[in-house]
Design a protein around this ligand. Structure first.
Ligand code: SF4
Ligand code: SF4
Length: 69
């Protein structure tokens, strides 16, 4: 089990993390904009995360932290 923590204020909604997640469990928010006006990425199903780290590695703004529990 992992916790995928997104720093919503650091996110610029580029979608790179969405494109690399092999489990397709990252999406840009449809309900929220951050202070910069971007729709931030969020994890839609933490239980399905395989802790590959691809999302955190590709994020240009280091907005994703993965904690293995
Ligand atoms: S660690 Fe891997 S499986 Fe988990 S959210 Fe990131 S890209 Fe997806
Ligand atoms: S890669 Fe980083 S900046 Fe881009 S949408 Fe994902 S969390 Fe946001």
């Amino acid at each position: 089990m992992a916790k995928v923590i997104f720093n919503h204020q650091a996110c610029k909604g580029c979608g790179l993390c969405v494109s690399v997640c092999p489990k397709h469990i990252i999406a840009l928010s449809h309900e929220e904009l951050n202070e910069k006006g971007y729709a931030p990425a969020e994890c839609t199903d933490e239980a399905a995360c395989i802790v590959c780290g691809f999302c955190a590695t590709i994020c240009p703004d280091m907005a994703i932290e993965i904690i293995e529990e």
